[in-house]
Ligand binder design. Structure first.
Ligand code: BGC
Ligand code: NOJ
Length: 811
């Protein structure tokens, strides 16, 4: 069952009923000002940091779901309704929400009045524009009243939702003309405020939530709206809100647009005040003036569309499979941008208050983003590396506003350091910009400890080289990629964090998964060293890697698949001898991607075991058999009911690893089959089972052990976005940026005749035609560049600005 459909020409998902299984959201903004917007106009805004600079208030886990946002009420006679249905839930005559790239358009119609709400954050500005276009479709004049409504958050979202004894007394606003200014704490240590304005004289306002809603009411039935008249309340403490009243009369067929702007302003310390107690509004007025007319808003929207079209033209495919094209050309890359911006901080499942930017998460997000805006990837790499500790280990998270490591989760996740190598390699492959390796970068954000970035990579690899356990495999520390495999934790107390309890390091527990990473990213590090003239060091790294490969094939091999780990007692995890958790997905994908056992057969055997033991119709589960009881020695993984999350859920993030691995051994059919099982466009028809948005990946789909097999959770902010893009763009379609050049090595389903692809790489455009006349799954027989045959399948860089025609024949 579907609740909408894709519009490929507009690059939109069109939702046709407000009654979706869950709120289906979109993200506005991709630089500093961000908004989450659901298909019913729910959600909130923040500046850079969803915890520290929250602009509007949202209530997570509320009933009914998703009941705060930027709401526009229309009072037309006795009928009060919202174009997005919420929060009044007045039945609409028609409803539609189009989620597009950086904008959403919600249109509701009631009693011959159409209200179209366009929401977006303009490129290069710190505000959200909500343009409400009202059209009288009846044949008589219509008079009605529009009320806007949003609730301001008192900046720190955690404090805002906990520290009521203070916060009920601090709220302050100013109202001038049609603009409401939220200035809580501006009198003391803040130099920022928010504004909410509309481009027309208003007929009233409210800034006190109590005055607007009325006692004992909710945003579903505000008293002011019912009465049809604002009270011009000025908030003193309690809950400041922004409400405008605009009375409208429209002739038959007439339209009128109201442009609302929610903005964020910072003033320099010495320009804070216009008069004692009166904020300096110069910047706010300039912002409002930038979006005062339809022409200005149209221009800003056009700029946003251009921005996205340019970005997405970097990689686009045309094949015979419209779902593949739709995901590759639009939605997968779009989600990569969102995960790059948000890491795991703010979604409808991440409250924006818990986690900042993840070290490993951001490094992986970058793999799917770097081709879009390499300069931002460069900056991100330097920010992340600056949080690394001098010994090569890393803070697990950092705060985007301060860019400082965040002690909430601390460090000791031993996969973290190696992801930095992955990110830097991807950046170098994309850009060829080796200057980044010479950039001085702090350790632990301490400038006196700065070293060139290359030294950071050296310490990353070095940390794992010097932290091995009894079998010679890397020590796992608090956990590796699987945050829930907490082998040194031994937590018995309810509520203790599995990620911070117990020692950060134990001398015995080891990870085969990190060993796979050590080989894959160790080889990449060696390539980087070679390319920068450090050939002896490269050889030494390769020797280390070879030794680890051998260790994986001995201590890490279980007979038919790669083992997962050794626990703190040296017992096998992920082996035939285990009662539960005999086989895990992660090492199969990572070790084969690293090339381990490819020549000697273990790789194919391991992938066959995945197919036999872990595969389901909705994707590959993380492990089998699921843990049915809590294992003290394993930690959080066994805390989840069977089939959910890391305990045998279909953890979408590592499905593409197996798909990539299948291409490494030449299985194009199977790689694509895996790709399709979790890919949103291919499962749109089961939206009532899947329940999350059908245009983006979710972190997890309940596995076959779960009561709700096939149900997804935690949409949007997942490393799945980046890894599936890497899978489909580099491994399946096979366009791989490497240090040696742009490698073309497709591995596709045999029935595919080929495809055409446009790739902008290092400033030049490659128009690539891949033909598959013999219906193979992998192999390049011949390649021509501008009609001339070339040997091999690696394209060298050409001058920026040029266009190159490439023809590839598989064989
Ligand atoms: C786990 C969470 C954990 C989180 C943080 C998730 O996948 O299931 O319980 O807190 O990762 O890293
Ligand atoms: C979500 C976390 O953000 C990510 O870092 C981790 O790898 C996965 N969960 C698996 O535990």
């Amino acid at each position: 069952m579907k609740f909408g459909h894709f519009s490929d020409s507009a690059r939109e998902y069109v939702i046709t009923t407000p009654r979706t299984p869950l709120p289906w959201i979109n993200y506005l903004g991709s630089e500093a000002f961000f908004s989450l917007v659901s298909h019913t106009a729910g959600g909130y805004s923040f500046y850079r940091d969803a915890k520290l600079r929250r602009i509007t208030r949202y209530r997570y886990n509320n009933v009914p779901a998703d009941s705060n946002g930027r709401y526009y009420y229309i009072k037309d006679g006795d009928t009060v309704w919202n174009p997005g249905w919420q929060p009044t839930q007045t039945e609409l005559d028609s409803y539609e929400c189009r989620h597009g790239l950086g904008y959403s358009i919600i249109t509701g119609k009631k009693n011959s009045l159409t209200a179209k709400l366009e929401l977006f954050v303009p490129v290069g500005d710190n505000c959200e524009i909500d343009r409400l276009v009202l059209t009288n479709e009846s044949d008589a004049p219509k008079s009605f009243t529009v009320f806007s409504y949003l609730e301001f958050c008192l900046w720190n979202a955690v404090d805002d939702s906990t520290n009521f004894q203070r916060n009920f007394s601090t709220g302050e606003v100013e109202v001038e003309g049609s603009t409401i200014y939220h200035k809580t704490e501006y009198r003391e240590r803040r130099n920022h405020y928010a504004l909410f304005t509309v481009n027309t004289p208003i007929d009233g306002f409210d800034t006190s939530r109590d005055a607007f809603l009325g006692a004992w009411r909710s945003n579903a039935n505000p008293e002011v709206v019912e009465n049809g008249r604002c009270t011009n309340s000025v908030a003193h403490g309690w809950a400041p809100v922004g409400v405008h009243q605009v009375n409208v009369t429209l002739q038959p067929g007439e339209s009128r647009s109201l442009i609302f702007v929610l903005g964020y302003i910072e003033n320099p310390e010495d320009e804070k005040w216009a008069a004692p107690g009166v904020i300096n509004k110069t910047r706010a007025q300039a912002m409002a003036a930038r979006y005062a007319t339809d022409a200005q808003v149209d221009a800003a929207l056009a700029k946003l569309h251009d921005h996205w079209n340019t970005l997405l033209s970097t990689y686009s495919v045309k094949s015979s499979d419209e779902k593949l094209d739709r995901m590759v050309n639009t939605w997968n890359q779009y989600q990569c941008m969102v995960t790059f911006n948000m890491s795991r901080s703010a979604s409808y499942y991440e409250s924006g208050t818990g986690r900042g930017m993840g070290f490993r998460d951001s490094c992986q997000d970058l793999l799917g983003f770097v081709h879009l805006i390499p300069a931002r990837a460069r900056e991100r790499i330097l920010d992340i590396a600056a949080t690394q500790f001098p010994d090569g280990s890393a803070y697990h998270q950092y705060q985007p506003l301060t860019k400082k490591g965040n002690m909430d989760i601390g460090s000791g996740f031993n996969d973290d350091p190696l992801w930095l190598i992955a990110a830097v390699y991807a950046y170098l492959g994309e850009t060829g910009d080796y200057s980044i390796l010479d950039e001085p970068v702090d350790f632990d954000n301490d400038h006196s400890l700065a070293q060139p970035l290359l030294e950071h990579l050296r310490r990353s690899f070095g940390y794992l080289r010097t932290h091995k356990g009894p079998h010679g495999l890397p020590l796992i520390g608090r956990a590796d990629w699987n945050d829930c495999l907490n082998l040194n934790c031994f937590s018995k107390e309810p509520g203790e964090s599995f990620q911070t309890t117990g020692p950060s390091e134990g001398p015995v527990a080891e990870s085969v998964f990190i060993a796979g990473m050590y080989v894959k990213y160790g080889n990449q590090f060696a390539e980087i060293l070679d390319s920068t003239g450090h050939t002896d060091e490269a050889a030494a790294v390769r020797a280390e890697v070879a030794e680890m490969e051998h260790t994986v094939l001995t201590a890490g091999w279980d007979g038919s698949w790669f083992r997962r780990a050794y626990d703190a007692f040296g017992h096998v995890i992920g082996g035939e001898e285990c009662e539960e958790g005999k086989i895990f997905i992660e090492p199969q994908g990572m070790c084969v991607m690293a090339g381990i056992g490819v020549d000697t057969g273990e790789a194919v055997t391991a992938l066959q075991s995945v197919k036999d033991k872990l595969d389901t119709k909705y994707g590959i589960v993380l492990l089998q058999p699921a843990y049915t009881k809590y294992h003290l020695e394993l930690g959080e993984i066994s805390s989840y009911p069977p089939g959910y999350k890391e305990n045998a859920g279909i953890f979408c993030h590592n499905n593409p690893w197996v798909s990539c691995a299948e291409t490494v051994v030449g299985h194009g059919d199977r790689a694509f089959e895996i790709y399709k099982k979790t890919c949103p466009a291919y499962i749109e028809d089961i939206s009532e089972i899947h329940r999350t948005e059908p245009y983006v990946y979710s972190q997890m789909v309940a596995g076959r052990d779960a009561a709700t097999f096939g149900e997804a959770k935690n949409s949007w902010l997942t490393g799945t976005a980046a890894w599936t893009f890497v899978d489909v763009s580099q491994y399946i379609l096979g366009i791989q940026p490497t240090l040696a050049g742009l490698k073309i090595d497709p591995c596709i389903p045999h029935e595919m005749d080929g495809f055409t692809l446009r790739r902008v790489w290092r400033g030049a455009t490659y128009e690539i035609v891949v033909e598959n006349p013999d219906h193979l799954e992998k192999g390049v027989k011949a390649m021509t560049v501008d009609g001339k045959p070339v040997s091999g399948n690696i394209l060298s860089p050409v001058p920026a600005g040029s266009t190159v025609q490439v023809k590839v024949v598989m064989g």
